[in-house]
Structures are given as C-alpha cells and as structure tokens.
Design a protein around this ligand. Structure first.
Ligand code: SAM
Length: 496
C-alpha cells in the first residue's frame, strides 16, 4: 500500500506509546497495552502541525471562517492540508459527518471540491448558510446597511428574547433590548434575503460578547452581575452559605458598536473573496442525526472523510451554545438535540434501541447485530468498561454517567465507522481528529481504540499523527491520580 507523504520532517517515536493505562495498576490494562503495541508503527509525532491548526484558534482571524466563532472546530488550514495530502481533487465528493461550523465544507468550496456535511445544531446551519453565500452578497447593499446602522436608532419593540431556563438573565437589560430591536429592525429593512440572513448570523455571533456569559468548554460561565447569580447568592447568604464567585467580564461592549465592527470586517472579507472567486462546486449540509442519516445514504460515493467528532470529554454543546439556540427559537427541542448528540456527556442515554429500530425499518437488522457484536466483543473496550466499573465500586468515579458515556461513545462511533466504510469508495482516506481522555485514573486511548474498531469494520489503518504538545487532564483527575500527558491525534484509515 502506498504510504502518504503526509508531512515532511516527521519523526516516528517509539516513546509515543504508554507504559501504563491504569493508575497504580488497579485494573487490567493488557488489552489497551496490546493496542498501543499493535499500532505503534502508525504513531508519528510531527511538528508540522500544532494545537492551533487542529483547533479553531487559527480560524479566529481567517477570512470567512471567523464570522462565527466555534471553539470546538478545527482550522481551515488543517482541512486544506489534509485534502491536498489525500490527493482529493475537483470532481471528487468529500464528507464531514460531524460538520459543526462547516469548516470542511467551506474549505472544500474554496478549493472547488464537492462536499456533503451532516450536523444537528441549528446555529451551525445558520453559519453555513450565511458563510457559503459570501460570493453572492451585494456589497453595495451591505455598505448601505452599515450606513443605516450608523445613522439610525432602531425603534424599541415589545418582543422579548425567548429564554430557555438556562439562559435567563444572561444579558444586561439594555443589551437584550438592543439585540431584539436590531433583530426586528433588520427584518423590516428593504434589503435582500441574503443580507437579512447575514445580519442574523452577525447578531447570533455576538450573543456571547454582549452577555454575562463566557463559553468555557464544558460550561457556560457566568458573570457575578447576572441576576441569576445575584439572586442565587442572596439565597445562599441567607442560608449562611458562602456566595458563589462568578467571573468578571469587565465592561461589556455596546451592541451597536460591535455590530458595526463585525459588519465592517465582513464587508472587507467579502470584497476580498469576491475579487478572486473559487471554481464552482457544490456543497450540501444535511440537518440531522448522523446515526440515522448515514445508514440511508448511497454506498461508494465519497473520496475522503475529514472530520472531528465531539470528544469524549463531557462537553455539552447544547449548554455551551444555549444562547445561540434560544435566539434561533429552539425551546424544549433542546432536550432532543442534547440526547441526539453522539454520547459525550454524562446525561446522554443509550441510543442502541433506537438504532436497532432504525436498522430494522431500513431492512438492515442483521447489519445492526453485526456492528453491535464488533463493539461488544472488542477486548479493549470490554477492559475499559470493566475498569471503570471497578473504579466506580472503589468510589473513584465522580459521576456514574461516565460509564455509560464511554461505552456508548464507542458503540455509536463504531456504527459511524461502519457506515463511513460503506459510503466511501475504494481508495478513500478517512481522517478523524480526536483527543485521548482519562477518567478515574483510567486512560482511554481514543485514537488506537477507534483505529481498532475502524479496522474491524473494514478499514486499513494508515497513520496516527500525534501532536507534539500533549493534552493534560482535568484538575480533578490531577489531584487524585497525578498529571498524565494524553495524546491528541489525527488518525487516518483507508478503504482499499
Ligand atoms: C467537534 S465538532 C465539529 C467541528 C467542526 N470540525 C468545525 O470545524 O466546526 C462536532 C460536531 O458534531 C455535531 N454532532 C454531534 N453528534 C451528532 C450527531 N449525532 N449527528 C450530527 N451531528 C452531531 C456537534 O453538534 C458538533 O457540531
């Protein structure tokens, strides 16, 4: 098999493998050791790409990609590099099944490559819709809207922000009034639907900045000035408890001011993009749950997959992006969106019975059983599940939901891998960006275990690139089980 010349000047390090997976060897670890041993020839550390490239950081200043911050995203440069190295070319169709803010689709568009994405969350769809029209915007119209914002104070309106319980009091009252006034004012302007859509994206992208909240991975952190925190603290003090200290975001920006700044940046980006449009190509972002969408897609159509699933790190996208979801009109539906996410939080309930029903509906019940059997008989996953159970009995696990989360994470991913194998054509390369994790002193080698499961559904493992900077673990873990450097990896498999 031809080796990909992925990055030059790369080094293969034997010491990328681990000596132990279970803190103080409390649990069996031989199956995980065997995986490290089995795939050690694939592990390669390279300094040609770094944390910035595999995170959203590099996108923050990028034309187009910076229009909506998606901190769980990867960078456009990484996608470009991967597509070039996988020798994807015009005429090919690529897939990103966990499309997020559509970095892969947008980069494909810039390179003139056809692409399909799948994504659950509505604000990601808004981001794609608005960003993908960059070449169609009427610049004169955008400039006239900028002039109108400069000169006009939109009339105050009665409509209220439709809060979810978890977003209540997130904005200072004046900021919320301004936000709603601009929201409705834009709707009444005599401008194209494209411009209205872009204005909606801009307002959505500013919600965090004008609020008393800050996205912080797993949580939405709150400023102590928010009524929610103040009321809660008053109660705590009355009960003789210590108040909870919130963050301090300092002076919050004026809505009009940052709206103008954002629109201005977008006008500059749009003018630049429209001067040099890419060759025409087609992209489509499908709204839905990958677990039910992929099995019904036709086989043998994709030349490559470039993706990054939610990490098994307990981050709940529906909480982090609650402001954006509420603003876009998501109400109780948020609970379904939360449960539909690939199991990566302690709140996720198993989806296997739903999956079984789905495979039955499409006449593929045997396939369901085969895939499930692969997961359930995987030695390393059985070892991890047993280890976490033992840790739980010892009182090492701080939330029992972690056990279900880890088991279901790999179960659901295996269904994804199996369907990806089916929808890719032969010769396709599949790239997953992911982090290894550790719970209750047990290291979970997401990269080698995923590779193993992918191999079992048909893929040929090709490479596991390891980032030079390792990822630490949570302070909770560090306190009890010491600091462990965990691999952050880019795994590549091939359908031969
Ligand atoms: C790590 S993010 C991907 C970020 C993307 N690479 C980018 O640059 O923006 C993972 C995405 O998978 C989506 N997701 C999680 N579970 C899903 C499911 N079952 N079906 C469809 N999308 C899902 C999440 O909503 C999230 O946007």
């Amino acid at each position: 098999m031809q080796q990909l010349s992925f990055f030059q000047d790369t080094k293969t390090h034997k010491n990328l493998t681990r000596n132990s997976f279970s803190h103080n060897s409390v649990c069996r670890e031989d199956a995980r050791m065997a995986l490290d041993e089995r795939y050690s020839y694939l592990l390669e550390e390279t300094d040609k790409f770094n944390r910035q490239l595999v995170s959203f950081q590099a996108n923050k200043t990028e034309v187009l990609h910076s229009w909506m911050k998606y901190r769980e995203g990867f960078s456009a440069s990484l996608v470009e590099l991967l597509l070039k190295e996988l020798e994807v070319e015009s005429g090919d169709v690529i897939l990103d099944p966990f499309a997020g803010s559509a970095t892969t689709l947008l980069e494909a568009k810039m390179m003139g490559i056809d692409a399909v994405g799948i994504e659950l969350l509505p604000h990601c769809h808004l981001a794609w819709e608005a960003k993908s029209r960059a070449f169609d915007y009427d610049l004169d119209e955008l400039r006239s809207v900028r002039g109108l914002i400069e000169q006009t104070i939109p009339p105050e309106i009665n409509a209220k922000f439709q809060h979810l319980t978890i977003t209540e009091t997130a904005f200072p009252p004046q900021a919320e009034k301004d936000l709603m006034a601009y929201t409705y004012w834009f709707e009444t302007l005599d401008v194209s639907q494209n411009t209205k859509l872009l204005c909606k994206l801009i307002l959505t992208s500013l919600l965090e900045e004008i609020s008393y909240t800050r996205k912080d991975g797993q949580y939405l952190r709150w400023d102590s000035r928010a009524d929610k925190i103040r009321n809660n603290n008053e109660k705590r003090i009355a009960q003789g408890k210590k108040p909870i200290s919130g963050i301090n975001k300092g002076v919050l920006p004026d809505v009009k001011q940052i709206l103008l700044e954002a629109l201005n940046r977008i006008i500059i980006h749009t003018a630049k993009l429209q001067r040099d449009p890419p060759p025409s190509s087609r992209q489509n972002l499908i709204e839905g749950n990958i677990l039910y969408t992929l099995p019904t897609m036709p086989a043998n159509q994709f030349a490559a997959v470039v993706t990054s699933p939610p990490y098994a790190n307990r981050y709940d996208y529906t909480r982090t992006y609650a402001l954006e979801l509420a603003y876009l009109g998501v109400d109780d539906e948020i609970f379904n969106l939360r449960q539909d996410q690939l199991s990566c939080t302690v709140e996720n309930k198993p989806k296997v019975s739903k999956l079984e029903a789905h495979y039955q509906t499409i006449g593929q019940h045997n396939r369901y059983k085969q895939i499930l059997n692969i997961v359930q008989s995987n030695d390393a996953l059985v070892e991890i599940n047993t280890a976490l159970s033992k840790r739980n009995e010892r009182g090492d696990v701080n939330n029992r939901g972690i056990l279900t989360m880890i088991d279901q994470y790999f179960t659901e991913l295996t269904f994804v891998f199996a369907e990806l194998y089916r929808v890719c054509h032969s010769g396709a390369g599949v790239v997953f960006v992911n982090d290894n994790v550790r719970y209750a002193g047990e290291v979970i080698p997401v990269d080698t275990l995923s590779t193993n499961l992918a191999e079992q559904v048909g893929f040929t493992p090709h490479k596991i690139y390891v980032l030079p900077q390792r990822k630490g673990n949570s302070s909770q873990q560090m306190g009890k089980f010491g600091r462990e450097a965990l691999r952050k990896s880019i795994t590549i498999w091939k359908k031969l």
